[in-house]
Design a protein around this ligand. Structure first.
Ligand code: SF4
Length: 167
């Protein structure tokens, strides 16, 4: 399966989730969390649907791109997995950069918390992301599914039933 920004996000949350997704086992479409996320986008900033574009680049979908100001807006429900959100957004910026759209920045937005965080991609970030991409591909190619995380976040993960139904 093609590596996307979602996989960069999963890499920073759970390697098992990453492995499952990259090996074609997907639960996101049936997850309430994902549906809620889409509703959050629409309810928080309905005007964006007109002003910002949805773009797809190398299989990664950016929901809100402000082409005039070269800013990607990424909305999230909570900041619990902020590192994963940041790297996902930085990966989008890198993809645009690699495709000739330079000088893009990002804003992570948490409407429920009324917080925003501005995101830039540094040269060090680009090097780190290259390492992550290599590691993601290694994990995906492994014949062994990584172990259960046994963490709090499992309860809100779309793979929860899949992972824990046998326990
Ligand atoms: S339920 Fe937990 S162990 Fe399973 S994929 Fe999700 S985060 Fe990973």
């Amino acid at each position: 399966m093609r590596l996307t920004a979602t996989h960069i996000n999963y890499y920073h949350i759970c390697h098992r989730k990453l492995w499952l997704s990259m090996n074609g086992i997907n639960m996101e479409h049936s997850s309430n969390t994902v549906a809620e996320g889409k509703l959050l986008h629409e309810a928080s900033y309905p005007q964006r649907l007109e002003r910002y574009s949805e773009i797809e680049i190398e299989g990664s979908k950016i929901d809100f791109y402000d082409a005039k100001n070269k800013v990607i807006h990424e909305l999230k429900r909570s900041d619990k997995m902020e590192a994963a959100h940041e790297w996902q957004l930085k990966y989008y910026i890198m993809l645009l950069d690699q495709n000739g759209v330079e000088g893009v920045t990002g804003v992570l937005e948490y409407p429920k918390l009324r917080e925003t965080k501005s995101i830039q991609l540094s040269e060090a970030d680009k090097m780190y992301l290259q390492l992550v991409i290599g590691h993601v591909n290694e994990i995906a190619a492994s014949e062994i599914c990584p172990p259960l995380l046994h963490a709090k976040i499992c309860k809100s993960c779309s793979y929860f039933d899949f992972c824990y139904s046998g326990e």
